[in-house]
Design a protein around this ligand. Structure first.
Ligand SMILES: [Zn+2]
Length: 186
């Protein structure tokens, strides 16, 4: 779990140990550290062992990563925004088997696009819903699920300047994986 501290340093970002989360504005007392604790241990209302609930895990990871790109490698943005694009724009029913396929696809994409950089929205302007909202405002499983969807949709919407890139990635991914894909509205 110290990885994020190293990554922030590598990205030239100083992490603040107190106050709200400096990236997403989550209402916490120990900054990004507590924001990550909620990310890692919150959402207990949902039984993630059920396959119908896997989608919420994917959305949580995508939303949180895209709200905190400074503590991740830069290609993570491509992965998580592409996945949200595939889920929200193309209604792909995501499953665990698709994630490594998307990673493989991006590894090939990187070869010819090694200088491409997705510019994140400014800090504190990455969607109004944050980890602390989910902790404070969702009292049961259904509320928690609804809020996760809203959270992921908000984060997805503020990354709109990068849709042009992930749309190209998504179209080729869909063409190459057509036989594996199922569709569902979320
Ligand atoms: Zn945060």
């Amino acid at each position: 779990m110290q990885d994020y501290i190293d990554l922030a340093e590598k990205n030239g970002v100083t992490l603040f140990d107190n106050g709200v989360c400096q990236f997403c504005d989550a209402n916490v007392k120990r900054g990004i550290h507590e924001c990550l604790e909620i990310f890692n241990t919150g959402f207990q209302e949902i039984d993630f062992s059920k396959s119908k609930n896997h989608i919420y895990r994917f959305l949580i990871v995508d939303a949180h990563t895209l709200q905190h790109p400074e503590i991740h490698g830069r290609w993570n943005n491509h992965f998580h925004l592409s996945r949200l694009h595939l889920v929200f724009k193309y209604n792909i029913q995501w499953s665990y088997e698709l994630s490594p396929k998307l990673s493989d696809h991006l590894n090939m994409y990187k070869v010819n696009n090694s200088n491409e950089y997705l510019v994140p929205p400014r800090v504190l302007e990455r969607g109004k819903i944050t980890t602390s909202d989910i902790r404070e405002k969702s009292n049961d499983e259904e509320e928690c699920k609804k809020m996760i969807i809203k959270w992921a949709k908000e984060v997805y919407s503020v990354w709109c300047n990068s849709y042009v890139f992930v749309d190209n990635i998504s179209k080729v991914f869909i063409a190459n994986n057509n036989s594996r894909l199922n569709y569902a509205n979320i």
